[in-house]
Design a protein around this ligand. Structure first.
Ligand SMILES: NC(=O)c1ccc[n+]([C@@H]2O[C@H](COP(=O)([O-])OP(=O)(O)OC[C@H]3O[C@@H](n4cnc5c(N)ncnc54)[C@H](OP(=O)(O)O)[C@@H]3O)[C@@H](O)[C@H]2O)c1
Length: 274
């Protein structure tokens, strides 16, 4: 495993995304991922599967302190009192005393950022989360957030894959001693249609998903959280620690950028461009 550390908090660089992993099938997928070696699990209140994540972790038998669990608070719940209520509810569903990382899922517009981040710091001080961070923040929003006294942000979780370069955000996260956690790290499967990635994979005996994940993890300060419902895909996405891309291959994949954003909503911020 490769690890990332920011603000004294260490996370496994490869985690399991759990969007849509719900019900008994979701529990089975998450449990089998943990049994295979995943130690970083990414959930969110919005995914409606915190209870499943908690159950899968308990059933896996892996001690809680060997796992890194992230959850996220939706942008309609960023008032301080609501933040305190939501984390309590999350921990109840997860049946845990703490999460490792609590994120603002999307930037809000109603509540001043310093109020929300102040509440996040209180949640951290109370031991309900070990660390805090943000998601879907642009460089402008990140700049505001890191200047909130005591914020100590560990990550910005954003869409990042070979078809969506993030040079500005990468620089901003590096400068702020933060980790960039890449969601949609295999572009929801689109990497399988890309001949350049396929060819590189063929050279290494690896799939397009494995090449994309390796490409992300070979970049400083980048983590990735692929999701799959299929046990064979969950396993193969984890089998990326026995090969290395060379500089030419890293550059070839970086050259595939076409600023293709797959997650964009009417509540999205004004995204950074190149
Ligand atoms: N913070 C945010 O706003 C935000 C937004 C989006 C996502 N996320 C997080 O990021 C995680 C990952 O994003 P995502 O799930 O949307 O996209 P993703 O991980 O890029 O792609 C998931 C899709 O790829 C397929 N897949 C996965 N591994 C495969 C493999 N080895 N071979 C073939 N197909 C494969 C899956 O299908 P199968 O199930 O059939 O394998 C699934 O349809 C989410 O689960 C969530 O935790 C966060």
């Amino acid at each position: 495993m490769i690890y990332r550390t920011a603000k004294g908090i260490t996370m496994p660089a490869l985690g399991l995304g759990t969007f849509e992993l719900t019900g008994d099938k979701g529990i089975a997928s998450i449990r089998s991922a943990i049994e295979y070696g995943y130690r970083h699990i990414d959930t969110a209140i919005r995914y409606g599967n915190e209870a499943e994540v908690g159950q899968a972790i308990r059933e896996s038998g892996v001690p809680r302190d060997e796992l890194f669990v992230t959850t996220k608070i939706w942008f309609d719940s960023l008032a301080p009192a609501t933040v305190h209520q939501r984390i309590g509810e999350s921990l109840e569903r997860l049946q845990m005393d703490y999460v490792d990382l609590l994120l603002i899922h999307w930037p809000g517009t109603e509540v001043p950022m310093r109020d929300t981040l102040g509440a996040f710091a209180e949640v951290r001080d109370a031991g309900q989360t070990r660390s805090v961070g943000v998601s879907n923040f642009t460089t402008v929003q990140l700049d505001e957030a890191i200047n909130v006294h005591g914020a100590e942000l560990v990550t910005n979780q954003v869409e990042y894959h070979p078809f969506l370069a993030q040079p500005k955000l990468l620089k901003a996260t590096h400068d702020a001693d933060m980790i960039l956690t890449a969601y949609l790290p295999i572009a929801r499967g689109a990497v399988f249609k890309e001949p350049v990635i396929q060819d590189i994979g063929a050279r290494h005996g690896k799939s397009a998903a494995q090449v994309s994940l390796r490409w992300l993890l070979q970049q400083d300060g980048v983590a990735a959280i692929p999701r799959s419902s299929k046990i064979e895909n969950i396993r193969s996405n984890f089998d990326i620690f026995d090969f290395e891309l060379d500089d030419a291959e890293m550059a070839q994949i970086a050259g595939l950028d076409r600023q293709e954003r797959m997650v964009d909503f009417d509540w999205s911020p004004e995204w950074d461009t190149l």
